[in-house]
Design a protein around this ligand. Structure first.
Ligand SMILES: [Fe+2]
Ligand SMILES: [Fe+2]
Length: 312
């Protein structure tokens, strides 16, 4: 069924049912177990004393970090719908079902950071000055424009450009790296336990989002003659901006004496490793059939579950 047309049947009563063993349905089962945490239930009571004990540079470092997290989460919440519409329009019910949890989780991430900024940092003023030029270009221009393009062009190539922007670059390079590095520094310093508990939960949600993104790109690339080239071209358009987001953040701090013992190198290295890991999966699956991709993706998923101890 294409977007805007009438419906001629319902998949789930057509004899087709639901593909329980598909990657999106497996991710949906995980989302119902692991993604149901409530940002309002996290305990921020110890964070306030930590916050008031920080010096000006430390507070600035935290606010700069959280402003980027907060804005990014709002961006991915606000801009996801056109992709869900495209997927739903193609009758991919399992993927649409999974994406309901995806969007719901992004909304909770927005809620989590805003609650912390309101209640702990009491940072109710405009934090927009923390967004640098690369950040603005990536989050305020590239993300909404590539997703909104799907409103008028739902071609496979347009979906690849949207998914590279959203899943591979913004979630896969920036969000995952930011949360990983930030979590490590909070753990090492034993500070802000409420913020840390939320970051851990968010990072777990994001790993499902990225896993879906890799599956989606795999599927799209193998459905288009030029898919691989479209993906590489879009990555090349955005990788410099993503690295710019990281380096422009660090322009404000002395890398040797940054707050909380943070180092820019750690972020850049982690971003590079994670990106390479996903590129290897996409290369491995290039040219495979949809069935082969599904089998390989399910094996990856099972391996990850064992690795993080989250097997059902
Ligand atoms: Fe998120
Ligand atoms: Fe996400």
């Amino acid at each position: 069924m294409s977007a805007g047309s009438t419906r001629d049947r319902y998949s789930t009563i057509s004899g087709r049912g639901l593909d329980w063993d598909s990657v999106p349905m497996r991710l949906f089962q995980k989302a119902k177990r692991l993604g149901v945490w409530d940002p309002q239930a996290l305990d921020f009571s110890a964070d306030g004393a930590d916050w008031t004990g920080f010096d000006g540079v430390e507070q600035d470092f935290l606010l700069r970090t959280l402003a980027l997290f907060q804005a990014g989460e709002e961006g991915v919440t606000s801009d996801l719908l056109p992709l869900i519409m495209a997927v739903a329009g193609e009758g991919r019910i399992e993927e649409e079902i999974y994406l309901t949890s995806f969007l719901w989780e992004e909304a909770k991430h927005v809620e989590f950071f805003r609650r912390w900024l309101d209640q702990v940092a009491i940072a109710r003023g405009d934090l927009g000055h923390y967004l640098t030029s690369s950040y603005r270009q990536l989050f305020l221009v590239e993300l909404p424009s590539s997703l909104n393009a799907l409103k008028s062009d739902q071609s496979v190539e347009a979906q690849i450009r949207a998914s590279v922007t959203y899943n591979m670059i913004i979630e896969g390079v920036l969000a995952e790296t930011g949360y990983h590095g930030f979590r490590q520094s909070l753990e090492a310093n034993g500070k802000l336990p409420g913020l840390l508990s939320g970051i851990r939960l968010i990072a777990r949600d994001e790993s499902r989002h990225i896993r879906y993104g890799v599956f989606l790109l795999d599927r799209l690339i193998n459905d288009s003659r030029d898919g691989w080239d479209v993906m590489i071209q879009r990555m090349n358009e955005l990788l410099g901006l993503a690295m710019g987001v990281i380096s422009e953040f660090w322009e404000h701090y002395d890398d040797e004496h940054a707050p909380f013992g943070q180092r820019m190198e750690t972020y850049l290295e982690f971003a590079g490793t994670q990106f390479d890991k996903r590129m290897k999966v996409l290369e491995r699956d290039r040219g495979k059939s949809i069935e082969e991709i599904a089998t390989a993706s399910l094996a990856d998923l099972a391996e990850e579950e064992v690795a993080i101890g989250a097997a059902p």
